[in-house]
Write a protein that binds this ligand. Structure first.
Ligand code: NAD
Length: 365
């Protein structure tokens, strides 16, 4: 298969591209605009492979997308390109509306125009796989809101959409567009909604890499609010494997929830990172002493948790990494890849706090 991957220079996209090149015989056309979040260095291990091609293209640029489709003639699209950071969406929602909604619409239309030129067999075999987030579902009851012993609900594929942030609202819009293109035009689409990912090559604005790097540099480790927000963490390579299974074996029109069965409070995540660093890079004081509580994120969802039993039942996928094994691998990766970390922070972003109405000072963060 020839797979056109959008956002292949990003965190999850680069894991998907590496997975396909290293573990299958398929080819990849990586379509990426290279925003601050896109880094070709994340693909240096596979960039010279003859089954890999890079196209620096904005998914909002219809003419360029048409050119790439005509030239590369893909059998499937895996659509990951997006603005992905909730805090940035609070500070500046415009880019999220543009890329996540207008960009997805433009990509759907370019794909449809190309798909209409295919033979009936090729049209049937074609897949448009839209990669989305569990954040479209809004948040779930937190353990401190339910009676003890009461079972806590999980997001299923049937959960109604109730997004809270400009980011999740823009992703929800794009999910709706993708499903409409199947229903209206017959484009063979599949949607996946995944929980929080972590692992190597994660841009250091997100909680886990930010905490690792701040800890090593002796900087404060910011905890939003009380740090009791719960996320369901999935190791990025487990996600990449799941996505390849969906695009190759998933059923058209289906939605698949993907999660790690690893519900953790943010504070617990930060404390676990500190504990691992205490043993890997010991110093006089404990890393935990760097923890600092800062104003909570506006509209902060309290709990996400995924029921991924459909992925297991229908596609035989389960995550390989536990949170403990995945986190240790991640920390070891950041310790040995400091150069990557320096290169991706190009001077315009210094791990400062984003997404607050009246920003706190750098010292507070
Ligand atoms: N990170 C998570 O925990 C998570 C969880 C579930 C779902 N997702 C979804 O997975 C996808 C990938 O997430 P990520 O964390 O790898 O994001 P990321 O921010 O690390 O990477 C996004 C990539 O998209 C590219 N891009 C942005 N705008 C573009 C445009 N207009 N045209 C072409 N390329 C563009 C960027 O250059 C970058 O390479 C996103 O759609 C996101 O919503 C992420």
């Amino acid at each position: 298969m020839k797979i056109l991957v959008t956002g292949g220079a990003g965190f999850i996209g680069s894991a998907v591209v590496r997975h396909i090149i290293n573990n299958t015989q398929d080819s990849v056309i990586n379509v990426d605009k290279l925003t601050y979040a896109g880094n070709l260095e994340s693909l240096s291990s596979i960039e010279s492979n003859e089954r890999y091609v890079f196209e620096q293209v904005d998914i909002c640029d219809r003419a360029e997308l048409d050119r790439v489709f005509a030239q590369c003639k893909p059998d499937a699209v895996m659509h990951l390109a997006a603005e992905s950071h909730v805090d940035r969406s609070i500070t500046g929602p415009a880019d999220f509306i543009q890329t996540n909604i207008v960009g997805t619409y433009t990509l759907l239309e370019a794909t449809r125009a190309y798909w209409n030129t295919l033979s009936e067999d090729a049209k049937k075999a074609f897949r448009f796989h839209h990669i989305s987030t569990d954040e479209v579902y809004g948040d779930l009851p937190h353990p401190d809101e339910v009676d003890s012993g009461e079972e806590l609900p999980l997001f299923t594929e049937m959960t109604a959409y109730e997004p809270s942030s400009p980011y999740s609202a823009s992703k929800a819009s794009s999910d709706h567009l993708v499903r409409a293109w199947l229903r209206t035009y017959g484009l063979p689409t599949i949607v996946t909604n995944c929980s929080n990912n972590y692992g190597p090559y994660h841009f250091p604005e997100k909680l886990i890499p930010l905490v690792i790097l701040n800890a090593l540099e002796g900087k404060p480790l910011p905890i939003y609010g009380k740090g009791d927000q719960i996320r369901d963490w999935l190791y990025v390579e487990d996600h990449a494997r799941a996505l390849y299974k969906v695009v190759t074996e998933g059923d058209v029109g289906e939605t698949y929830n993907i999660g790690g069965h690893n519900e953790k409070q943010n504070l617990e995540v930060v404390q676990t990172i500190c504990g691992i660093l205490d043993s890997l890079v010991p110093k006089e004081s404990k890393y935990q002493e760097q923890i600092t509580y800062v104003t909570d994120r506006p509209g902060h969802d309290r709990r996400y948790a995924i029921d991924s039993s459909k992925m297991q039942r229908e596609l035989g996928w389960t995550p390989v990494e536990t949170f403990e094994t995945g986190l240790k691998k991640t920390i070891e990766w950041y310790l040995t890849n400091q150069e990557w970390c320096q290169h991706v922070q190009d001077g315009s972003y210094q791990r400062e706090r984003l997404g607050v109405e009246s920003p706190t000072t750098k010292e507070e963060v």
